[in-house]
Design a protein around this ligand. Structure first.
Ligand code: RIB
Length: 283
C-alpha cells in the first residue's frame, strides 16, 4: 500500500523581484516585475509531493497573520493535511512572530539569490513532533533545514524508530548530527554540500548528490537529467524542492530508485520553466 509523505519544514511568503541581473554589493537595480508567492522549502516540497499524487501532511509553523491563514487554505486546497502550529508572540513575550518571509531576486537567466527571515519557522518546537506519532513502515518523512535543527534531529530519530523512511534535503546547508546523516535514505544535497559533509567525515547511509543540469548520483549510480534548453529556463527557485517532493512521493508509492529519480528530475525540469517555487504560486 502507498505510504504517506510527511513534510516537516518551513513555510515562507516569497517576495520575488524579477531583475535583468542580480545586484552586486552596494548596487541598486530596478526590478522588471515583483510578486508575492507561496514558498519555503517545506511548503514547496509538500506541494510537489501532493502534485505527484502522494497523500501529504505538512508539519510547520506560521504566524497569527493573514498570510499564515492564506497558506493553510492553500495547503488544504492541494489536499494536504496542514498540521500547523500558529505562533502568536515571540519567546521573549515581545511582538508577534510573523510567518516566514524570503526576499528573492531572479535574473534573466533564471538564477536566483535568496535571503530568508525564518519568523515562525524558527519557533517550531517539540510539540510539533506529536504529529509524527502515526508514522510507520512505508511512510516517508521529508525534512529540510529552514527550521531548528534540534527538531529535525528529533523527528528523524522518531520516524526512523517507527520504521518510516527518512529523506533529508540538507538545504540550506547546516552541519547535522551524525545519527541524522546516517539515518537519511537518502540525504539529498548538491556537490558543494556533499564536499562539506565529506570534509567533516560525516557519511550518509545513502547519498543523493545533485549536479544541476548535469544530473545526479545516488550512492555512485549516475542519472542523466532531462535537457532543458537555456532559453526555456525562467526561474530556478524551487527546482530542488520540486525534485525532493516528487522523489519522496515516488518512494512512498514503492518506486525503484531509477523510477524515483526520473520522477524527481521531471519535476525539477518542469519547475525551472515557470515562475515561482510552486506551480500556482500566487499567495
Ligand atoms: O528553495 C526555494 C525556497 O527557499 C523559496 O521558496 C524560499 O522561501 C526559500 O525557502
Amino acid at each position: 500500500m502507498t505510504g504517506r509523505v510527511v513534510v516537516l519544514g518551513s513555510l515562507n511568503v516569497d517576495e520575488v523581484w524579477q531583475v535583468a541581473r542580480l545586484p552586486r554589493p552596494g548596487e541598486t537595480v530596478l526590478a522588471l516585475a515583483s510578486h508575492r508567492y507561496a514558498g519555503g522549502k517545506g511548503g514547496n516540497q509538500a506541494v510537489a509531493a501532493a502534485r505527484a499524487g502522494a497523500r501529504v501532511r505538512m508539519v510547520a509553523a506560521v504566524g497569527a497573520d493573514e498570510v499564515g491563514a492564506a497558506y493553510r487554505r492553500r495547503l488544504e486546497a492541494w489536499g494536504i493535511e496542514a498540521a500547523l502550529t500558529v505562533v502568536g508572540v515571540d519567546a521573549a513575550g515581545g511582538g508577534g512572530v510573523r510567518t516566514g518571509r524570503a526576499v528573492i531576486t531572479v535574473d534573466s537567466a533564471g538564477e536566483n539569490a535568496i535571503v530568508v527571515d525564518p519568523g515562525a519557522n524558527g519557533c517550531l518546537d517539540e510539540s510539533a513532533l506529536d504529529t509524527l506519532a502515526d508514522l510507520g513502515p512505508g511512510d516517508v518523512l521529508l525534512c529540510q533545514l529552514e527550521i531548528p535543527l534540534g527538531i529535525v534531529a528529533a523527528a528523524v530519530r522518531q520516524a526512523a524508530a517507527r520504521g518510516a523512511r527518512v529523506v533529508v534535503n540538507c538545504a540550506p546547508f547546516a552541519v547535522l548530527p551524525a545519527e541524522v546523516v546516517a539515518a537519511a535514505d537518502p540525504l539529498v544535497c548538491n556537490e558543494t554540500e556533499a564536499a562539506a559533509f565529506a570534509d567533516l567525515g560525516l557519511l550518509p547511509g545513502s547519498w543523493l548528490v545533485t549536479f544541476g543540469a548535469a544530473g545526479c548520483s545516488w550512492d555512485g549510480e549516475q542519472y542523466v537529467a532531462p535537457l532543458v534548453p537555456a532559453a526555456e529556463v525562467v526561474d530556478t527557485t524551487g527546482a530542488g524542492d520540486a525534485f525532493c517532493g516528487a522523489l519522496a512521493a515516488a518512494l512512498a508509492r514503492g518506486a525503484t530508485r531509477a523510477e524515483a529519480v526520473a520522477a524527481a528530475q521531471a519535476a525539477g525540469a518542469e519547475a525551472v520553466r515557470r515562475r515561482g517555487a510552486q506551480p500556482d504560486p500566487e499567495l
